[in-house]
Design a protein around this ligand. Sequence first.
Ligand code: DOR
Length: 444
Amino acid sequence: MNRILITNAEIVNEQNIFSGDVLIRRGRIHAIGGDLGSQPHDQVIDAAGKRLMPGLIDDQVHFREPGYTHKGDIGSESRAAVAGGITSFMEMPNTQPTTTDHDALAAKRAIAARTAYANYAFYLGATNTNIDAVKSLDPQITCGVKVFMGASTGDMLVDDPRTLEKIFAEAPILVATHCEDTPTILANEARFRAQYGDDVPMWHHPDIRSREACLTSSSLAVELAKRHGTRLHVLHLTTADEMALFNSDPPDGKKITTEVCAHHLFFNTSDYETHGARIKCNPAIKTEADRQTLLKAIRDGRIDVIATDHAPHTWTEKQRPYFEAPSGLPLVQDALPSLLEHVHRGDLSLPQIVEKTSHAPARLFNIRDRGYIREGYWADLVLVDLDRTHVVENKNVICRCGWSPFEGYSFRSTVEMTMVNGRIVYQNGQVVDSPQGLPLEFER
Ligand code: DOR
């Protein structure tokens, strides 16, 4: 049973868009073809006029469990993720306790096995003292090693140069970096505190978390990676300046790859005026010229992956003055509709979005049998209506924090249905299944 036939879809896959049917059996894609109606099935989804894409593989989320579950947990945030078409996620280590040893990783996996609505994997966080845990991690179940080369939410800065050398030389798998130079940021903070006291206007966030801070740190990461031959993935790039560090080689041959996040592609510095701390995040949202350069870098291949950096904080926490308002935004539910706005505006194509949100993460992390609409692959799919407008309203937010940085925006596209491992988990605006996510497997 549970053979689902999706008919008449416009299938977006592997740089093409074509009309066809997809038949799902036992959780996997059984057949892709022109008309599969004659093959046995139990349920039909008529997808006429809609686009069927592989579900998003989000390589950067903060789901807050354990330790900060008043902001969200693996269950609540993955539930929101499937409503946004995200079918797999890779989760960050700045929880409490931090995910910096093998027991903490195992504990998260055990929680996810019970509560995750999407497929999951977890990063091991590097510290100044856990190189042994980094060296002995299991490459088949751990997505990567996360290095906070700049301090952000949580206490996970790795700033000892000898430790950085060791991590870059010895990590057995991909090293994913948060790049912002902390000494530069601290000097900027002191300058602005001297001028404004504690109540620095929010629009100075990109002056404090400055472009120089980003460039200094990402330059160091790239230099270390080149010297040690590290498999480096630089997370959430935000500035035009940093783009010179990266090239447009085909992503499969690259040892150094890059990621940009949905909010950095959508907002710019003019939005601080109206959104304030709602768009305060690290690295900071920068100028319109930076945003345009990031879009260009997606088109020309210098940016390999688009993710969310979903990082929920409560509304109350976000109301605090500059230094106390935490950085980070909830994004998993709205990222895909926000990305599809770039398609409507003519800035990106649908195949480009699918390449950067599904195909590329699957390839760059060597994920087994996911990220493509291919026979034999897991049926992780999202169906979108490009012409069904919806307005983002806080009352519809599924994330525990209950607010969205896009509140009031009218998006021209809507997620209609999400399928994880061949089961419909989200349809008609509702999460309709129980948590059934599986661990991601890495072919390494
Ligand atoms: O804005 C951010 N928030 N950037 C990060 O690097 C961490 C994240 C969080 O965990 O809140």
